[in-house]
Every structure is written in structure tokens, then in C-alpha cells.
Design a protein around this ligand. Sequence first.
Ligand SMILES: Nc1nc2c(ncn2[C@@H]2O[C@H](COP(=O)(O)OP(=O)(O)OP(=O)(O)O)[C@@H](O)[C@H]2O)c(=O)[nH]1
Ligand SMILES: [Mg+2]
Length: 205
Amino acid sequence: MFSLFYGLWKYMFSKTEFHVLILGIDKAGKTTLLEKLKSVYSNLEGLPPDRIVPTVGLNIGRIEVSNTKLVFWDLGGQPGLRSIWEKYYEEAHALIYVIDAASPSRFEDSKSALEKVLRHEDLQGAPLLILANKQDLSDAVSAEEIARYLDLKKLDERVYMFEAVSAYDGMGIKESVEWLVDSMERSKRTEMLRARAGATGPASA
Ligand SMILES: Nc1nc2c(ncn2[C@@H]2O[C@H](COP(=O)(O)OP(=O)(O)OP(=O)(O)O)[C@@H](O)[C@H]2O)c(=O)[nH]1
Ligand SMILES: [Mg+2]
């Protein structure tokens, strides 16, 4: 009986928690973005850019937006580390893919890495936010240009958005988070992950 009431109480009062995976090739700005997210949405000061080193393991960031908890998983994007990405697909509600919009020489690597991610069935139906980062630099290309370059096939079946951001000055960050929360709340994938968590008991995360 207690567990029944506890379950109901938890259902009514606990905040929904979403897992958001942040991917992209090395130096795209993923960790800098994560630190910016933390400083915009919590009282904690994020690490300043000059103290951020290339990621080898996993960085986790938690923020709260209205009645929702977001847990961000930021992984390393160096070629030798990309094989780790897929271990996080199954539990992710949504995907942020970060691109350095000021480095055209790396667009091809970025595009093929993203195509590979999107082919993986464990990420099926996950809302996709593609960020054209480093907009504070004068040679950064727009989100529209990135979209044209990527020319991703099959994206129509997925909920997605391109957004121009700067992890340095915070441009586009709030719009991005609002879109993410809204998309995850409506997503069929969220329903599927909820049903799975319900069937196997509380998540251990
Ligand atoms: N001008 C500018 N530089 C940025 C921005 N975001 C990140 N950088 C710089 O880009 C470089 C790489 O940033 P990181 O955040 O370490 O990149 P990452 O994607 O986490 O890289 P890996 O961990 O190796 O996958 C650093 O020198 C950052 O200071 C931005 O919005 N504007
Ligand atoms: Mg990093």
C-alpha cells in the first residue's frame, strides 16, 4: 500500500528528468556549451573557457528549467573516442549536435560523424538540435548555411531544429533549451522511455 501511494506521490510531484546527449567532433565547443548552460540556468558559475580541456571521459551537467530537470551528457569528439558515443544512445531523450561554424575545413568530418549517429537505431525518434556554434566569430557561417551544407536526408522523419549559438556569449542558448524541453515533452521517444522505465522499475541513474 505504501509503495502505491509513494508511486502516486512521486508521479505527481517529482520533476520530469530528461537526458540530453551532446555530441559533435572535437573542438566543436561541446564542453564550453555545457559550462555556459550551467551558468545560465543555475547559480553555479561554469568553468571559464580557458580552463576547459579536451574531453576524454564524460562530463555531466544538470539544470532545472521550470518543472523539468535536464541532465546533459557531454562526450569527447576526438576520432578515437567517437566509438563510445553509442553507449549513451539508448537512454537519451534528445540529441544536441554541435558544429564549429567558423571551421569550414571540418564540416565534412562533422557531417559524416552526424550521419553515422543518425543511422543508429538506438537513437530513433530522438529530437535533434543542431547548433552552429561560435557565432561570436566574424567568419562563422549561419545556421541556414550549415543546414544547406549538411543536406541531411531522412531528417523529415525526425523532429529537428538548427540554431545559431555562441557558447562564449550565450547567443541562442535559451531558445535552444526551450525548444529541447518542448520537443522532449511531446516526443514519442519520451513515452517509450517512460514506459520502459515503468516496466523495469526506477532508473538507477
Ligand atoms: N570563439 C568561440 N570559441 C569557442 C566557442 N565555444 C568553444 N570555443 C573554443 O573552441 C575550443 C574547443 O572547445 P571545447 O568546448 O573544448 O570543445 P569540445 O567540443 O568539448 O571538444 P572535445 O572535448 O575535444 O570533443 C576551445 O578553445 C574553446 O574556447 C564559442 O562559442 N566561440
Ligand atoms: Mg569537450
